[in-house]
Ligand binder design. Sequence first.
Ligand code: IMP
Length: 188
Amino acid sequence: MRPISNVIFYIYVMRIVDQDFEVFIDKETIKKRVEEMAAQINADYQELNPLFLSILNGAFVFTADLFRQITIPAEISFIKLKSYRKMESSGKVKELLGLEHNIFNRNIIIVEDIVDTGKTLSHILEEFGELGAKSIEILTMLHKPEASLKPISLKYVGFRIPNKFVVGYGLDYDGYGRNLPDLYKIVE
Ligand code: IMP
């Protein structure tokens, strides 16, 4: 009997809590893209002394990798806003915590792990609206354009991805998976 195919696909499936995930963007590809984004920021912000504001928890891995590639004078701080339960955005936005820096007259770069509906960012941008920043730009590792409910201008985007749930490289599923070095997507 002829085999159906002489190509054997090995798919490495990772079980997290009650869902299966497969590798979507591997760590080498992520590393290269992070380096490109950092190089772009180093060029764009040379004399501007940017203040990076990283959104916890999801952006911590991306931020750590990116910030170590920043070679111009820059400061960083971390803020926290909301929790994301299982695979659906709760839609509820919590209070902004941890903004200790005075952002008046500063060039702010907000660092996100992923922009999904855009609700989180639009809330943050509202909060920042009256604090007198000189400029505010968004840097996100991932963007799901199809999920967008709020139009937000994103200056730096690592990867545009389909509207599928992803985990790893700082992103979690129900609290787990943040430590995975690659990015995984849900197996449906
Ligand atoms: P948004 O407010 O809907 O844009 O959601 C932004 C936040 O939801 C992100 O900072 C993540 O914490 C979380 N999120 C959105 N999509 C995913 C996903 O596919 N995997 C894990 N977390 C996600």
